[in-house]
Design a protein around this ligand. Structure first.
Ligand code: SF4
Length: 309
């Protein structure tokens, strides 16, 4: 196994994605923040704006915990999966006095933290001897060990872990999955594991095919403008909980303004906008400038683009 570890690390030194901002720090808060952002979001989107923006505005755990949830949701706007922001805010408030916990077990007790995030924090921030398994690493290991069973993969990953350089080993596997051992057309001739890979002859059969069941939804939203201020209500629905949304209305043909498509998580939404004179009693009113700072989703931003303030 030693030779395999050496070639993997050599490859990583030469080709690894060392420029990613969250790889240049060992600050546990910054790494925790990046790992939560990276769940279900492409690294480039996180790196380009959200990660630097959050670290600039909330440089420490205490700054983040002190901010209101509205403020966090507003800064998170556009990144999607808002439950991540709500859980992050809850988690950091729970440990604002003690700092983030430093064990897998304790980290997984925080809201929204599963095995992957806990292992990534323990490995990347604390250099603990923990096998990290994200989607990329799982694909590499499934192919490398010609193994489909998730529990077996975890066992194999723990045995395979390089005890001398666990952090670099995990990062190397992650980059290998992202750069060479890709879902389609893996580039095996360039792979540092090619000599011992059991799945090299038929890598595609070890690619997990998760069929996403998309749900189509039609939604009818009301535009109520009072003195050039738009009425919005705070959502208590799971989808956009805590964010300001347009109130739902009965669709009346004569009030139709526009419609557009929007994708959000597993939903494929057809959104129809209607003028209305009535806003719910609990509505809050926003000027155009205030909307720029408000916790609203990309879907509401799209809707606002149809309005003439
Ligand atoms: S040899 Fe091919 S299938 Fe095996 S780990 Fe490398 S890229 Fe993946």
């Amino acid at each position: 196994m030693k030779n395999v570890h050496v070639s993997l690390l050599d490859w990583f030194k030469q080709y690894g994605r060392h420029g990613l901002a969250w790889r240049k720090t060992d600050d546990i808060y910054a790494i925790f923040l990046s790992e939560v952002m990276l769940q279900q979001t492409q690294a480039s989107r996180v790196a380009e704006y959200y990660y630097p923006h959050f670290l600039q505005k909330y440089p420490t755990l205490k700054h983040f915990a002190r901010a209101s949830l509205d403020e966090i949701l507003s800064d998170w706007s556009g990144l999607g999966y808002y439950s991540r922001a709500r859980n992050l805010h809850k988690a950091l408030n729970l440990c604002k006095k003690t700092g983030l916990p430093q064990t897998m077990e304790a980290l997984q007790k925080l809201p929204g933290v599963g095995r992957y995030t806990a292992s990534a924090v323990c490995s990347f921030a604390l250099n603990q001897k923990v096998a990290v398994i994200d989607t990329n690493i799982k694909r590499v290991l499934k192919r490398y060990f010609a193994q489909m069973n998730d529990k077996e993969i975890l066992k194999e990953a723990e045995i395979f872990l390089n005890q001398d350089t666990p952090k670099e080993h995990n990062l190397a596997l992650m980059d290998l999955g992202s750069l060479l051992c890709t879902s389609k057309n893996p580039r095996c001739p360039k792979c540092p594991l090619m000599l011992t890979c059991k799945g090299i002859n038929e890598p595609e059969i070890y690619t997990s095919k998760q069929k996403i069941q998309y749900e189509k939804l039609d939604i009818f939203l009301g535009i109520c403008l009072v003195n050039k201020k738009l009425a919005l209500v705070k959502s208590s629905e799971k989808l956009y909980k805590g964010l300001f949304v347009l109130p739902e209305v009965e669709p009346l043909e004569e009030n139709f303004i526009a419609s557009f498509k929007h994708s959000y998580t597993k939903y494929r939404l057809s959104v129809f906008l209607y003028t209305t004179d009535y806003a719910p009693q609990n509505a809050s009113y926003f000027t155009y400038e205030e909307l720029l700072q408000a916790p609203i989703s990309s879907m509401i931003k799209k809707a606002v683009s149809f309005l003439d303030f």
